[in-house]
Structure formats: C-alpha cells, structure tokens
Write a protein that binds this ligand. Structure first.
Ligand code: THG
Length: 582
C-alpha cells in the first residue's frame, strides 16, 4: 500500500511505525500537519491508498476524510477520545489502558474502530508509557487494521463507543496542580508523570514559576511539606506530606530563558546553592566484601552499577538520553571504576527509554556561550568514546534497551559488541541538527562497521532505521525482544558467554592487535581532529544553521514545511533511497 503518514511532528511513534511499515513492504511518505492546503497538495502528489495519523493534534479536513481512508492512532482504549488520553489514565491510576486505530470523521475520535490493543499500566512517566506500551500496542493495532483493509474487510464497529469510556477534555494545569500540604508522594508522582515530557506541571519554587518534569520517589529524606530539602547532581528533592520526591527537570515559565527544560539545579541557579548536596554517584562505592559473587546495586540515580560474577553492568539513564558535559564526566569516572573491577565484560546499558542521544542541547542552549558549551560537550563525549575504544582490560557490550540518535549511536559503536532491543529506532546521522558534521569518532567507527559507501549514504539519508535494518546493514550485531526483560536476558546470556569463553584472553589480545593495526593505518587522534575541525566551523563559523536548529529544537518551534528527506512525494529526496543490503 501507499501510506502517507500525516503527523504533527515525526515523533518516536511515527518513526517506529515508519520503519515497521517500510519493512512490511509498504510505500511510505511523511507530511507534517502545517496547513490544510499543504496537506491536500501532499495527498495529490503522493496519491496514497491510506492516510495514517499516529500523532496528530488538528482535525483532518472533510475534503480529505470524505475521499480517502484516514486512520487515527489514539492512545486510549476503544470508546475513549480527546487530546489528553494517556494523561487522564495516569492521573486516575487505571490499571489497564490501550491504543485504538479509528477512522477520521467530522466528530473527533468518534469514528469507526478498525483495531485496538490493550496493555497493563505501569508506574512511569507518560513519555515512557508512550515509548513502550503505547508504541508496541500501536504497531500491533496498525498491522491488524492494515490486514483488515488488505482482506477487504471493514471496521470492527461503526462508531468509537464503549460504555465504560468516553470523550475526555483537554487536561488543564488546574486539574493536576500539586497541593504540597495535602498530596502524598504517590499523588505528586502521578501528577508529574501524567504531564511528562509535555506540558509539565506548573508550580512555584522559591517564588518563581516553573513546569516540573522527571519526578522520582525518595525513600528516606523528609521535611516540612513543600520545602525543597536537598539536591543531588541536577535534581532537587522536595518534601511531601508523607516523604519526598526528586524533581529532575524544570522549565522556567518566566524570565529571559523561559519555556525550555533543563536540569532543576541549573534552572534554579543561585537559589539551589544553599541546599544540602548528596552528590555521591551511586556507583562510587566499591561493593562490600562478599558481594562480589552475587549482585550489588546501589540506590537510585542516573548512574547505576551492578555486577554478576564476571560481568559489570553500567546503567546511565539520563533524561531524554541527553549526555551533557557534567553527566559525561561522571559517566567517564563510573566507567573507569567499572574497569578497575575484577570482571571481564562491561555491559553499557544506557537508560530504559533511551540509550543515548549525544550532546545535551538544552544545557547548551542555557549556557552563556552555546558555542563554548557545545565544544566542551563534544570533547567530553569524544573522551568517553576513546575510553571505551581503548579498553584493553574488558570486552564491552553496548546494550541498547532504548533508542539512540546522533552521537549516541556512534558512542555505542565504540563498544566491541552492539545489541539492541528489537523495538528501538536508530538515527545514525547528525545533519538534521542544522547540518552538524558530528564527531564521536564516527568517521572511524561507522565505516569500520558498514563500509565507506554505506557510511556515506546512512549519514546523508537522515531517516530512522529499525533494529532489523540496522542488523542487516551490519550497524549492530544483533537484536532481541520484544520486551525489556527478554532483551536483558539476551544481554545476560551474551555477556556470560563472552566472560566464560576459554578463548577470552585470546579474544582480548586479538582486539588489542586489531586496534594497534588500525592505529598504524590512521591514528584515532587524526580522525578526531579532522571531525572537530568541521565541528569548530559548525559552532564558531559564519553559518549559524546549527545554532538556529538547536534553538528551534529546544523551544519545539513548529516546522514551516516538511523536510524533503521525509516528504518523499516532494521529489529530490527520491534519489537517496534505502542503503539496502542487497
Ligand atoms: N477526525 C478528524 N481529524 C482528527 C481526528 C478525528 N484529527 C486528529 C484527531 N482525531 C486526534 N484526536 C484529537 C482529539 C482532540 C483534539 C485534538 C486531537 C483537541 N484539540 C484541541 C483543539 O483543537 O482545540 C487542542 C488540544 C491541544 O492543545 O493539545 O481537542 O477523529 N477529522
């Protein structure tokens, strides 16, 4: 089928459906929902059999849904409707939820139901539920709907109607406002989770107005309800009626640098100075005697280390996968500690939602000199990539539980083995960020895995890649899924196998010899300085594209037109199709 994805933005769900449907053999194109006239033009150019809307905030005009089959992916079960479906479900604490594929008509979300999927709810941020349960459900439901179409069948029911659900209005700030004197920690977490990563919960801190994101429970600290009682790295801890919660990210609502999020301590500036700090990284301590045989996991936080036998697992769960200079320095230190352990294999686990997305564009935007901050950030990530590449004590596995983009993808390629959860999406390119050249030794790592020709075409293609496609190109070694637990079992098995292999010493020696040979051909430092020369131009040169693109990214400025690599129907991009393995 020819399927046009009509979307508010090419978000994670749209990207996942794009790679899945392309894999099924459908002809795809993407149009951003900018104006009804532009959408009609796209339909005339592409002549789709189906218009699919996985993430759309506006009504599809009658002229379109009357003439073409238009299917909406709604993040709620059959019968549910409205713009804040998942928000309401989290706030109300329901234990099951769903995804419905319904047909567009005049009345929003009231059309015929073509398919649906159901899932158990989990205590997590909205964005995390969206990236896992909603996305997996949507892939299943969209496939089911496409099978009905292919089989000449109609919808399951003529109207999106179920007695236990109905239209839910837009969820307003007042309806999730936190009452710090009365709400318990579970309620505070539900409210913040229901609005993460958009729009956040509006609240006052130190007499300033912010939107709150990235809440986590605190198990021990307590204080007078509503008082900010501590900080740890970028996060601040605020007392509730029955305990306390951590708040990782704040978006100032007023002031000169308002309306984009950043680590709470950075947003508060001097206001956070007086807070007692508990800045020990959870992985700072060596495991207590006798624990080496079993598992030890330290208390929560972004960086976490566990160890089972000869395998160390280093977790780094940074908000939105953004690896800023400070996070990167802490991660380098944690990696160095992991290397000092008497283990044989280190699994680099990233976070559960993202493995890593490279530079911290929000922190860079908030810096006095975004160019200097960009330079520091890329150099620190390069240092980390080099640490991983030059590891002569351990075999390393990059275990991608979550998606990765830009520098995050190439950081993963620095490991000896790269494994991905089957449902993740990779964006192994930089150019969508204002033609950024990129570093992280990509010019060494990418051709090493896929060859020079495919490396160039991947970088130029600018489109997401599924785990299946990434493996067939050789970008990653393997994938496993569908869920996080199955993937982890796969990582455990590979790590244990590598660690127990009688040829381990020989494998290490081969790895070091290969690195030495590559160093003879062209030193790593050479790749780095050539990449950074280009990056210096991106940061400090005459062309401000990167700074403009970053500004638009952090402020979520809507696109004015659909980029041509997405809008296949608009021509030129057609010459750059899939870098297929055939
Ligand atoms: N039929 C048609 N078009 C559609 C849908 C449909 N377009 C997408 C839509 N379903 C997806 N669901 C909704 C439901 C409600 C709202 C938006 C998308 C909504 N929007 C508010 C408004 O327009 O005022 C603003 C919401 C916001 O700010 O986020 O209510 O079934 N033809």
């Amino acid at each position: 089928m020819r399927i046009l994805l009509l979307v508010h933005s090419f978000n994670s769900l749209s990207q996942r459906l794009y790679v899945e449907l392309a894999r099924d053999g459908h002809e795809l194109s993407v149009e951003l929902d900018i104006h009804d006239r532009v959408t009609s033009e796209a339909v005339q150019l592409f002549r789709p059999d189906l218009i699919l809307a996985p993430f759309l905030k506006r009504a599809i005009p009658a002229a379109l849904w009357q003439r073409h089959l238009c299917l909406i992916v709604h993040p709620g079960p059959p019968g549910d409707g409205g713009p804040s479906a998942l928000d309401w479900a989290i706030l109300r604490g329901v234990d099951r939820w769903g995804v419905t594929v319904l047909q567009a008509q005049a009345e929003l979300d009231a059309g015929a139901v073509w398919a649906s999927a159901s899932f158990a709810m989990r205590t997590a941020r909205k964005s995390s539920l969206y990236r896992h349960e909603v996305t997996e459900g949507a892939v299943r439901a969209v496939r089911a709907a496409l099978e009905r179409i292919a089989g000449g069948l109609g919808p399951l029911s003529a109207r999106n109607q179920e007695p236990q659900h109905g239209w839910q209005p837009l969820l307003r700030q007042a309806q999730r406002a936190i009452d710090w004197t009365h709400d318990d920690s579970a309620t505070v977490l539900r409210k913040i989770h229901s609005a993460d990563g958009f729009p956040g919960v509006e609240d006052r801190l130190f007499d300033r107005c912010f939107r709150l994101f990235d809440a986590q429970p605190e198990m021990h600290l307590a204080g007078r309800p509503g008082v900010v009682i501590a900080r740890r790295h970028g996060a601040v801890c605020r007392a509730t009626r029955d305990g306390a919660v951590w708040i990782g990210q704040l978006q100032p609502v007023d002031g000169p640098q308002r309306n984009f999020k950043r680590p709470a301590v950075l947003a508060l500036g001097a206001l956070a100075d007086a807070l007692p700090a508990t800045d020990d990284d959870p992985s700072d301590g060596e495991p207590a005697d006798g624990h080496a045989a079993g598992a030890y996991a330290s208390r929560g936080g972004e960086i976490r280390y566990e160890e089972y036998g000869a395998v160390g697992y280093l977790h780094f769960d940074f908000y939105n996968g953004a690896l800023g200079t400070v996070q990167c320095e802490r991660l380098r230190a944690a990696y160095a500690r992991a290397r000092r352990r008497p283990t044989r294999v280190i699994a680099l686990m990233g976070g559960s939602d993202f493995w890593c997305n490279g530079m911290h564009l929000h922190c860079i935007e908030a810096a006095d000199s975004p160019a200097d901050a960009s330079w520091d950030n890329i150099n620190c990530i390069d240092d980390l990539a080099r640490d991983i590449l030059l590891t002569d004590t351990h075999l390393t596995i990059a275990a991608l539980q979550g998606s990765a983009a830009a520098g995050g993808v190439f950081l993963a390629l620095a490991a000896d083995r790269v494994l991905a959860r089957s449902g993740i999406v990779l964006n192994p390119h930089y150019r969508n960020m204002g033609n950024l050249y990129g570093s992280e030794y990509w010019s060494y790592l990418l051709p090493r895995r896929v060859g020079a020709v495919r490396a160039q075409s991947l970088m130029a293609r600018r489109l997401p890649l599924g785990a299946v496609e990434a493996r067939s190109l050789g970008l990653i070694d393997d994938h496993a899924g569908p869920d996080a637990a199955t993937f982890r079992a796969h990582v455990d098995a590979l790590a244990a196998e590598l660690a127990a292999d009688g040829r381990f010493t020989q494998t290490m020696a081969d790895k070091c010899a290969e690195r030495a040979r590559d160093e003879q051909v062209r030193p790593l430092a050479d790749y780095r300085s050539a990449e950074l020369e280009q990056m210096r131009m991106n940061f400090y040169g005459f062309d401000p594209s990167y700074h403009i693109a970053r500004h638009r990214f952090v402020y979520r400025t809507p696109h004015a037109w659909t980029p041509l690599h997405l809008a296949q129907h608009r021509g030129t991009a057609r010459v750059r199709r899939e870098p297929t393995s055939a």
